[in-house]
Design a protein around this ligand. Structure first.
Ligand code: ZN
Ligand code: ZN
Length: 238
């Protein structure tokens, strides 16, 4: 390790994005133990939202069988549980924006095949309302989009869509409540030019209501296909 990178490390210590332990110089993104043990989603997943399926017979999860989604397809490398859930909580509320570098690598590795097929022209993070932005200091989806942009070499834009309503947190609401909560939540920025193929990114996929609302606005604004990628997806029924 060079003297300067040692100094950089002292000034900006990097933490393992999964267990939060301080990383050593030869652990660039994730600590050795977590690299070995972190649980990626494997096996059959829902053809729409990317949630792991219990059986190999169906193509869609219960959620996607019951409702039509506006977006094309979502993918997520991890289930929102255990160590990944804790990690995302720190990323969102504990000031660990640095985790985004690992999350982006994980999404890119996991979705490599799909991204090659989809060929998105632009990455758009799920916007947060300005009030929450100020409260937290950053939009976690925006930080993630920036990192994913670097890895996939696709431009990311955070300023094309605005969150118009400061919606109540989605957590704990029923699926119908989530949809109502989000209707009219997003709008295009004045003069925004939307390319045809868009990839939306966020940290957690729950029911897909956020993705649908945002995809709807993008499709109205001229997009033809909108896909989604999230760090994690809530398991089971929701
Ligand atoms: Zn770790
Ligand atoms: Zn599904």
């Amino acid at each position: 390790m060079s003297r300067f990178s040692r100094i950089a490390e002292l000034l900006y210590p990097r933490h393992c994005p999964v267990c939060d332990r301080l990383l050593s110089g030869n652990e660039p993104y994730i600590c050795r133990d977590c690299a070995k043990n972190v649980k990626w989603i494997r096996g059959p997943v829902c053809m729409k939202c990317g949630r792991p399926l219990d059986t190999e017979t169906g193509e869609y999860c219960d959620n996607c069988r019951r409702r039509v989604h506006v977006y094309e397809r979502n993918l997520a490398p991890f289930s929102y549980r255990n160590e990944i859930q804790t990690s995302i909580m720190r990323f969102k509320y504990g000031g660990r924006a640095e985790y985004a570098a690992f999350y982006a690598k994980a999404i890119a590795a996991y979705g490599q095949k799909q991204f090659n097929l989809w060929k998105p022209q632009m990455i758009i993070p799920v916007p947060v309302h300005t009030k929450r932005y100020i409260h937290r200091g950053y939009n976690q989806a925006g930080v993630l989009a920036e990192q994913l942009s670097k890895v996939l070499k696709i431009p990311a834009r955070e300023d094309l869509v605005l969150r118009t309503k400061n919606t109540r947190p989605q957590k704990g609401q029923t699926p119908i409540g989530r949809r109502q909560n989000l209707s009219g939540a997003f709008c295009l920025a004045g003069g925004a030019r939307i390319p045809k193929r868009i990839l939306i990114v966020d940290d957690i996929y729950t029911t897909g209501a956020t993705m649908d609302a945002l995809a709807g606005v993008l499709l109205d604004g001229g997009a033809e296909k909108v896909w989604a990628a999230c760090v994690s997806i809530a398991p089971g029924r929701s």
